[in-house]
Design a protein around this ligand. Structure first.
Ligand code: ASP
Length: 332
């Protein structure tokens, strides 16, 4: 994946570093250095670097008159459909039984939300999560029930295990002794994405195949409203990546939104949430491979991003420019 190339070339010495800048359309300005104050217009913020077409899809959906939900859904559908992305949707690495199981959620800024967990055979779990939100009185559907619901709504049952993912799984089986995986940079990378229109309204989506080689049935933070994603247009939104168990334990995304509600900046709020994780569960801090991270945005278009261990990147589209930025990290 591209992010590894970026990590090699980036200076990850500390504070957020801009490591790639791409103009989305002709005429938009490419700026060097830290992101300037928001000029208005859509802002799209997401975990990692899944390519500039991801924020572009969100911006285009809004430009065509689509809703913020259309914007976040169409953006995260790109990595969901990409067989080269081994941590989201089609092509995702399987659980330790060899099954690809997907977790997704979607939320607008007015408390409307939907989620699917432990869903198999459906390439776009985010679209199923959206239907749960729009067509049912529920928030979350799981496993076979989620699959049945998807099939009833016209989704196609597909094999999501690519040849490459199967080969990686077989390789893992040789040496793993079937031990549940420890999360590290090689076996995760969720896309959590927040989009805001020019007026401060916001929506978010989060979608993943979860930790590679996980115990069958394991669900992480990503599809859990308040853990992997939380949005409130009165305040802002947050979304997470990394070890889902750690994020769930502090209701990470909700915590960040509440900290912003109480006056913290998005950056301060991300930092406090990470400090909370290691304060309550110090064993995470002792683990060299531990990575949990958040990105957050308030309704003034101010953004924050931080991970525990070094290595988180985020993609920010603001004022017509997309940047891939190395996030600050706590464990210095
Ligand atoms: N948060 C995800 C999970 O625990 C992993 C990731 O970010 O890739 O399932």
């Amino acid at each position: 994946m591209k992010r590894r190339t970026f990590i090699k070339s980036a200076s990850l010495a500390g504070a957020a570093t801009v490591i790639g800048t791409k103009a989305l359309s002709e005429g938009s300005k490419v700026l060097a250095g830290a992101a300037p104050a928001w000029q208005g217009g859509p802002v799209v913020l997401s975990t990692w670097d899944f390519g500039q077409e991801v924020p572009q899809a969100a911006v285009e959906a809004l430009a065509k008159g689509g809703s913020l939900i259309d914007a976040v859904e169409s953006a995260v559908m790109i990595p969901e459909a990409d067989p080269k992305v081994t941590s989201v949707g089609y092509g995702g690495y399987p659980d330790r039984e060899g099954h690809v199981t997907l977790d997704s959620c979607i939320m607008d800024g007015n408390g409307n939300c939907g989620s699917v967990v432990f869903l198999e055979h459906i390439k776009h779990p985010i679209s199923v999560a959206r239907l749960v939100m729009e067509k049912t009185q529920h928030v979350m559907l799981a496993g076979d029930g989620a699959l049945q619901f998807a099939l009833e709504h016209g989704f196609k049952k597909e094999n999501l295990l690519t040849k490459e993912a199967e080969a990686a799984y077989k390789e893992w089986l040789k040496t793993s002794k079937y031990m549940p995986a420890v999360i590290d940079k090689s076996n995760h990378d969720t896309i959590g994405l927040l989009a805001m229109d020019g007026k401060g309204a916001m929506a978010g989506a989060c979608t993943t195949s979860g930790m590679a080689w996980k115990i069958r049935g394991r669900v992480g933070d990503s599809p859990i409203i308040g853990a992997g994603l939380y949005v409130d247009s009165d305040v802002g939104g947050a979304t997470a990546t990394g070890l889902g168990e750690a994020v769930i334990k502090v209701a990470g995304s909700f915590l960040i939104v509440e900290l912003m509600r109480n006056g913290k900046s998005p950056q301060e709020a991300c930092k406090i949430a990470l400090e909370r994780i290691v304060h309550k569960q110090p064993h995470y801090a002792a683990d060299k491979g531990f990575l949990a991270g958040f990105v957050a945005m308030n309704k003034d278009g101010e953004v924050g991003a931080m991970s525990y261990g070094r290595g988180l990147q985020y993609t920010l589209h603001k004022d017509g420019v997309t940047r891939v930025i190395a996030a600050d990290f706590l464990a210095k």
